[in-house]
Design a protein around this ligand. Structure first.
Ligand code: PLP
Length: 398
């Protein structure tokens, strides 16, 4: 039996693979620390869990529309107005099973065979895989550290062809934590407007910012014209520690929202209904949990970035946002560990997993093979243990 070309070419999600490998090795008696996954160890707040339990016990209202529960879509519009300063209505919103499905819906609604989508590297792997699954071509801009890993006007112009349909912006970025300023977003907005492009703005880390000196800006808040061409993606996963609930959403112009809902209606019908009630409680529950979460994540980020900068051969910048530190490990290349030459971030990541029991994600998955990505989302205990093992790896071999 022959699988489709699409199925044989799509790559496994590296983040899910890191979790699966950790679990498998731990079942087999290894004590692997997982610094590969962007999943915080906080429990989902009890007021959120209780809202879902209550909804289940009171009898869930069967299927919702493909777009999702109207109350929840209204609450998202209210939050968007108070945080981003622009108005939308429930017709602009589609509730999805996680932010990832919102990206899927967006890509499948706007990318056709042969269409090009501009994506900046380092990138979140799913953008590239989804654009390819939709028959499109990812056009990669390899951003530079000296530009803060952000796309410049010149790079955007160079990436443009007559097939360009869209550009993906991810701020704060996974894996670098790069955060675009309003001025930098204005450059992208002008470029999108001038060339009649969609913008997919992935804002799932909007709350994960660790410096009081910078603020998150959504490209959709910069004016009516850019808002109409933006598909804003957000999720409850990171903000409310709700990764397993699988609940996210998109905000876009009505026509695109309708197209995305139609696509969703044929894939999963609607987002999980109990999770939709949980999400509503999350929005109504205020920001107390987020403040607590951020304080702890900032502590972990500071600790991890200090430990990495104290280690020889590794280079990284302290991220402004997100859940990760993207570490350049090229200083280790050319050496040999256990008779195996080290020539890439993947080699480093493999040795760390197999010999030092630390799961990381190799940089090639993000389009940058000289790097590995470390997550500071797991517990402080895991962060400390994982870094002790990375330090041991360096001290023993270099
Ligand atoms: N976008 C980015 C940049 C991510 O890193 C993730 C998850 O790691 C998502 C979207 C999707 O998150 P979820 O589907 O869990 O809501």
């Amino acid at each position: 039996m022959i699988l489709s070309e699409r199925a044989t070419q799509v790559k496994t999600s590296a983040e899910l693979k890191a979790s699966a490998e950790t679990e498998k090795m731990n079942i087999n008696g290894y004590d692997v620390v997982n610094l590969g996954t962007g999943e915080v160890d906080f429990e989902t707040p009890s007021y959120i869990k209780e809202a879902a339990i209550r909804a289940i016990e009171e009898g869930l209202p069967r299927y919702t529309s493909a777009e999702g529960n109207v109350e929840l879509r209204k609450a998202i519009c209210e939050k968007t107005f108070s945080e981003r300063g622009f108005e939308c209505t429930p017709e602009n919103v589609v509730i999805t099973n996680g932010g990832k499905q919102a990206v899927f819906n967006a890509v499948f609604s706007i990318v056709g065979q042969g269409d090009e989508v501009i994506i900046s590297a380092p990138y979140w792997q799913s953008y590239v895989e989804l654009v390819r699954l939709a028959g499109g071509t990812p056009v990669i801009i390899h951003t530079k550290q000296e530009h803060g890993y952000k796309m410049t006007a010149h790079e955007l112009e160079n990436a443009l062809t007559e097939k360009t349909r869209a550009i993906i912006v991810n701020s704060p970025n996974n894996p670098t934590g790069a955060l675009y300023t309003p001025e930098e977003l204005n450059v992208i907005a002008d470029f999108a407007e001038k060339n009649d492009l969609f913008v997919i703005s992935d804002e799932v880390y909007d709350k994960m910012i660790y410096s009081g000196k910078v603020r998150f800006t959504s490209i959709a808040s910069l004016g009516k014209e850019i808002r109409e061409r933006t598909i804003l993606i957000n999720s409850f996963s990171k903000t409310y520690s709700m990764t397993p609930w699988r609940i996210g959403y998109s905000i876009s112009d009505r026509q695109t929202a309708k197209a995305m809902a139609n696509i969703q209606s044929h894939s999963c019908t609607n987002a999980n209904v109990a999770s939709q009630y949980a999400a509503l409680a999350a929005l109504r529950g205020g920001d107390g949990f987020i403040t607590q979460l951020l304080n702890e994540l900032k502590r972990r980020r500071d600790y991890m970035s200090q430990r990495i900068s104290d280690l020889p051969y590794l280079r990284s910048a302290r991220p402004l946002g997100g859940l990760y530190i993207f570490v350049n490990v090229a200083g280790l290349f050319g050496a040999s560990v256990n008779n195996k030459a080290i020539n890439s971030g993947r080699d480093v990541s493999d040795i760390l997993l197999n010999k030092y029991n630390v799961a990381t994600v190799a940089g090639d998955v993000f389009g940058e093979p000289d790097f590995i990505r470390l997550s500071f989302a797991p517990s402080m205990e895991s962060v400390i243990l994982g870094l002790n093992r990375i330090e041991k790896f360096i001290k023993q071999n270099f």
